[in-house]
Design a protein around this ligand. Structure first.
Ligand code: FCB
Length: 474
């Protein structure tokens, strides 16, 4: 074996039997066919058509055509040797006007995808909401309005009734932080509203939707594995002055505690409630809401990319913000600045901190014992060039290798980590960044749709094969 192969084999051996090895995508980012077979409009269809919202002026009308590529996509997942695939359901493909009127053709697409995956021994992990709200529900007020959460609970029931005989892994909402604060505070994401107070109501209704969906799924199938997908970042204070330490407490509270405490402890963290009271009276929280939100969760889905260093003295805005978002994504915390800590960055400008992933996983396990953890997104954007039919992307491979080693460290420390999904299976539509950022293990020619496995994809496939073979031989 070469040194690289020895290293990969050693890493593979550090993961437990039965580990889930996957890759992830989301509906609007990959499907295309936005007008096909009765799909209704989503907030992203409207948003991308507003000038200046997407840096390259592009949209998801075609994306990478996954709606028409089930056989190719499943073959790619199989060729990589993965045993799981995380994808999301487009709510408006199934409920075109957001009501419980069902578009059977939309459901059929997901049913076919599930069957094709299962036929190859690939376990589907379904995300119910990865940001493509039916436009009709936005027209009625969107996530700041309670009824949206209720409609989401009904949608979960519809989706589960159609697919729950074959699908056992359900993630309710993906990154409600982004939906609430990029969608309704900074306006960087659809629907592009800049209403800080409303964004806090949106965050609550996203969690209420999570609770209603989780309860609906568990009622229909007590054996189902239910999860919520949250994005976590280690937060560092730029200095240890009181003002910077307070900034770190505030950002950490919103990013790492707000949603997790609500879902797993049934209460919002009190210090952050106090901070938000500067702009919200919390009149939208009704009796019983927190109990609904505190629904049983089997797996906490962790999305991890980077870390933040913050100062309470303003300064540079977040490196993660697209140039299109004019407002702040941090309601009641607009005085806080995000500064560089000097670490190397990806093509997103996101600092690379693999140790931070071990930190997050051990912290989550300590704070919320009794729930399994899965990495449902982790990956990096780097500019890729195709040369003689190959994509050499050593930086992406290094990023994956370092973060998987960080996962293995967490496992060694006793964290019940059950799976890892690379973001993303293939290059796709990266929201406000359009097609300018590539996260895939598989390169996509955006003109022709042609797919080519990158070196990082080959490496990941090799790791997964070794991990699965080790275990199967035991
Ligand atoms: C996450 C999103 C995912 C993708 C990655 C890069 O926040 O869930 O859709 O955009 O970032």
């Amino acid at each position: 074996m070469t040194t690289n192969e020895t290293e990969t084999a050693a890493l593979a051996a550090r993961f437990p039997t039965g580990f889930t090895w996957g890759a992830a995508t989301s509906s609007y980012q990959v499907e295309g066919s936005t007008g096909a077979d009765g799909r209704g409009p989503s907030i992203w269809d409207a948003f991308v058509n507003e000038p200046g919202r997407v840096v390259d002026g592009s949209n998801g009308d075609t994306a990478i055509d996954s709606y028409r590529s089930i056989p190719e996509d499943v073959a790619t997942i199989k060729a990589l040797g993965l045993n799981a695939y995380r994808f999301s359901l487009s709510w408006p493909r199934i409920c075109p006007d957001g009501s419980s009127r069902v578009n059977e053709a939309g459901l059929a697409y997901y049913s076919n995808l599930v069957d094709a995956l299962l036929a190859e021994g690939i376990t589907p992990w379904i995300t119910l909401y990865h940001w493509d709200l039916p436009q009709a529900l936005e027209d009625a007020g969107g996530w700041p309005v309670r009824a949206t959460a209720e409609r989401f609970g009904e949608f979960a029931q519809i989706a589960h009734a159609a697919l729950g005989d074959r699908v056992k892994h359900w993630i309710t909402v993906n990154e409600p932080w982004c939906s609430a604060f990029l969608g309704y505070a900074s306006g960087e994401h659809a629907p592009g509203r800049r209403e800080p107070a409303a964004s806090i109501a949106a965050a609550h209704h996203l969690m209420l939707g999570h609770g209603l969906a989780a309860r609906a799924i568990k009622a229909a199938d007590p054996e189902a594995t239910v999860s919520v997908g949250l994005n976590f970042y280690p937060i560092h204070a730029a200095t240890d002055t009181p003002v910077d330490l307070d900034a770190a407490r505030r950002i950490d509270g919103v990013q790492n505690r707000w949603f997790t405490d609500a879902a797993l402890l049934g209460a919002y963290p009190e210090d952050i409630v106090e901070d938000f009271k500067a702009i919200s009276d919390f009149a939208f929280v009704e009796d019983g809401d927190m109990e609904v939100i505190n629904a049983p969760v089997d797996v906490l889905s962790v999305n991890y990319y980077s870390r933040f260093t913050v100062t309470g003295n303003g300064g540079a805005t977040s490196a993660s913000a697209a140039p299109t978002g004019a407002g702040s994504a941090w309601p009641a915390n607009e005085h806080i600045g995000f500064v560089s800590s000097g670490l190397p960055v990806t093509d997103m400008g996101w600092e690379i901190d693999p140790g931070g992933l071990t930190e997050i996983l051990t912290r989550l396990h300590a704070a919320y014992p009794g729930v399994d953890l899965a990495i449902t997104e982790n990956g990096s954007a780097f500019p890729d060039k195709i040369e003689d039919g190959e994509i050499h992307d050593p930086e992406r491979q290094e990023y994956a290798q370092a973060h998987l080693a960080a996962c293995a460290d967490a496992v060694a420390a006793g964290v019940p980590l059950v799976g890892y999904f690379a973001w993303s299976l293939a290059d796709n539509f990266e929201w406000a960044w359009g097609y300018t950022k590539r996260f895939g293990l598989v390169y996509v020619d955006f003109e022709t749709g042609e797919r080519t496995v990158k070196d990082s994809g080959r490496w990941y496939g090799d790791l997964v094969r070794r991990a699965r073979t080790n275990r199967e031989a035991e």
